[in-house]
Design a protein around this ligand. Structure first.
Ligand code: ADP
Length: 647
């Protein structure tokens, strides 16, 4: 049993609403609303099959309600029938432009209202059926040039005139007739039957010309705009020819005319329409071809593998990327059963089920295996079912992911190592300073002075501690550097004071190695540089120690300071063993002792790495010149703290 139609009746006047409801009692599923807002709420709560609206309502008017409904995607399809007391052409047009299906005029004539409501509901059903048919037809074959006899639609209100025209035209093609007053029905017929020509008989006396509305509606519909409309008029009626032509009428025939003339004109117009149809069809097929070409080019050029399988289970398309990924020839594979070609290649994948981003180990035709991500989509049913596989080679992505996680693991291990280095260096520092401090106290204790042997041994403890302390400082700085935490606090530093401290630290080593330390201070007393005092001392100790260690007995180390522009230049020159250019090329590599690792000279290969980093961090630059057998010269610069420079 067909579903009962549900109506929504809207009128601000309760008594009119009662009349409407009574007239439409044949539709028991009725809801009544006294305002536009109320109607909207009811319609949104449950979608009706038809809405009858009073055009003239206070507040939200009928036309406003209609446009809100037409803009609401869930209600736009519901037909609206206006009830109006204004029967002018302007009102009718406004109603049609707003998307109303029809309108009735007040006072309400029961039969007329029932007929209109019935017609609109029937029309909706017909439109739905036509739509379904058109969709089916489009699915099976796109619209091509239609064969068969021409279709002629005769529209008029006088049955005698209409059937006369029908008879005259019968020999030319298939003829259908329609009542000129039922625009909605005419449009449904036009959209589904697709006439090749419309003949409008304008013998309507004392009424507005509905043919004009028909013209407008045809011109506005993309599929009907080129259908010729011919008016058959009676000049005595005062038919407005200029207006008809302006609205796009193809021809106007004034009565009386002979059947032969009518047929000749109609034939001419049909021929014109046929040629237009051919041109349109050609343009459409060219457009379709271009679109298909473009799509094919996109698919072919895609970097992902794309394979489509038709309803019969055969490969309908395989792009170049798919050929490369599977090591198959796309041309030779097309048309062959997908099950034979792909099941083995894509183990564990059900080709009949949609899936998204599934990882498979694809086994290629050449025997190699490739990790791939596969998505399967299925569209259409029955013979139109199309399965599309998209595969992406994951080799690079997975390699990059593996590399990046290995890198992250190495970085984490490095960080742990650097943390341990800093921690050990820091923890050893305290007891070391304690040993050094007490050794120094013992050396200068006046109450219990040391004998010569004891003094010599304490001096050796001191030298050992100084050496260890230098190493610990370097290790700590290296650890902090690797952690990105090397802190250098720059400020004005009295460089001569720092130099004196560094010289005191290295004096014992110089004595032990029998190397003389000399100085050349071409700088004002109290000169200030922008540096970190402790770090600068560490650098000077490292460079002085190296000059002493890698020297000859009786050799010398000269430390020279001079001002150059806004910089202080410090150079430490020794008369030692020197280095070759090859050795210098590896000078700043951690733990590289440049061939001296087995010598009895103490060292770790860290001092210069740290020194250079510290000087960099203080805004300076360390350079070296050396000659094997003659000695080396390490030079670095630091910015003078000018404002604080004594004048
Ligand atoms: P260490 O002195 O602990 O080995 P450094 O980083 O200070 O570490 O020096 C690295 C290497 O560079 C030394 O082992 C040595 O071979 C060479 N070197 C450093 N300074 C000099 C110098 N003044 N003369 C000759 N060789 C040097």
């Amino acid at each position: 049993m067909a579903k009962q139609k549900s109506l929504l009746l809207v009128d601000d006047d309760a008594s009119t609403l009662r009349v409407l409801s009574k007239v439409l009692a044949g539709y028991p599923d009725q809801r009544l609303a006294l305002s536009g807002e109320q109607a909207l709420a009811l319609a949104r709560a449950r979608c009706p099959d038809l809405i009858l609206i009073d055009m003239e309502m206070p507040g939200m008017s009928g036309t406003q309600l209609c446009s809100v409904l037409k803009n609401d995607s869930s209600l736009a399809h519901v037909p609206v029938l206006f009830v109006t007391s204004d029967d002018s052409e302007a009102t009718r047009l406004e109603a049609l432009q707003l998307g109303a299906a029809d309108f009735v005029t007040k006072p309400i004539v029961a039969e007329q209202l029932q007929a209109r409501v019935g017609a609109v509901l029937r029309t909706v059903a017909e439109v739905e059926r036509a739509k379904a048919e058109a969709t089916q037809a489009a699915l099976h074959e796109p619209e091509v040039l239609r064969a068969g006899p021409s279709r002629l639609l005769v529209v008029g209100s006088d049955p005698v005139e209409v059937s006369g025209l029908h008879e005259t035209l019968e020999g030319i093609g298939e003829v259908r007739t329609a009542d000129a007053r039922d625009l909605v029905m005419i449009m449904v017929l036009a959209r589904t039957w697709r006439p090749d020509l419309v003949l409008v008989d304008t013998a309507l006396q004392g009424r507005e010309e509905p043919g004009f509305d028909l013209c407008r509606l045809f011109k506005a519909a993309p599929t009907l705009s080129h259908v010729p409309i011919v008016f058959v008029s009676r000049q005595a009626d005062g038919f407005d020819e200029t207006r008809a032509l302006a609205l796009g009428a193809a021809d106007i025939l004034a009565r009386p005319f002979s059947g032969t003339v009518l047929k000749a004109r109609v034939r001419n117009l049909l021929e014109l329409k046929r040629r237009t149809d051919i041109e349109l069809a050609m343009a459409a097929s060219e457009g379709q071809r271009l679109q298909a070409d473009r799509l094919a080019a996109v698919v072919e050029g895609a970097s992902d593998a794309i394979i489509t399988i038709n309803a019969a289970g055969d490969i309908a398309l395989m792009n170049a990327a798919a050929g490369r990924l599977l090591a198959m020839d796309p041309l030779l594979s097309t048309g062959r059963p997908a099950a034979d070609l792909l099941t083995e290649r894509l183990p564990g994948l059900d080709l009949t089920q949609p899936t998204s981003g599934q990882r498979v180990l694809l086994s290629r035709c050449d025997g190699t295996e490739v990790p791939a991500e596969v998505s399967i989509s299925i569209v259409g049913n029955g013979t139109l079912r199309l399965t599309t596989l998209m595969c992406r080679d994951l080799t690079d992505r997975e390699r990059l992911a593996a590399e990046s996680s290995a890198r992250a693991a190495a970085e984490a291990a490095n960080k742990t190592k650097a943390l341990m280095i800093s921690y050990v260096a820091h923890e050893i520092g305290n007891p070391l300073n304690c040993i050094l401090g007490f050794a120094q106290l013992m050396a200068c204790d006046r109450v219990a002075p040391l004998n010569a042997t004891q003094a010599q041994r304490v001096a050796m403890i001191e030298a050992g501690c100084t050496q260890l302390s230098t190493l610990m400082n370097d290790l700590s700085a290296l650890g902090h550097f690797e952690l990105g935490q090397l802190s250098v606090r720059r400020g004005p530093v009295n460089v001569l004071e720092v130099l004196d401290s560094a010289l005191r630290t290295t004096a014992g080593l110089a004595e032990q190695m029998q190397v003389t330390l000399t100085q050349s201070r071409e700088v004002p007393e109290g000169v200030l540089v922008l540096a970190d005092g402790n770090r600068l001392r560490q650098c000077l100790v490292n460079l002085l120690s190296n000059g002493i260690k890698y020297n000859k007995r009786g050799g010398s180390v000269t430390i020279a300071l001079k001002v150059q522009d806004q910089f202080l230049q410090v150079s430490i020159t020794d008369t030692g063993i020197g280095m070759s250019p090859e050795q210098i090329a590896h000078l700043y590599e951690p733990f590289n002792r440049l061939g001296l690792q087995d010598s009895r000279l103490p060292g770790t290969g860290l001092g210069l790495v740290v020194t250079r980093q510290l000087i960099d961090a203080m805004g300076g630059q360390l350079t070296v010149t050396s000659s094997p057998g003659d000695g080396s010269c390490f030079t670095f610069t630091l910015l003078l703290a000018e404002d604080l420079l004594p004048h």
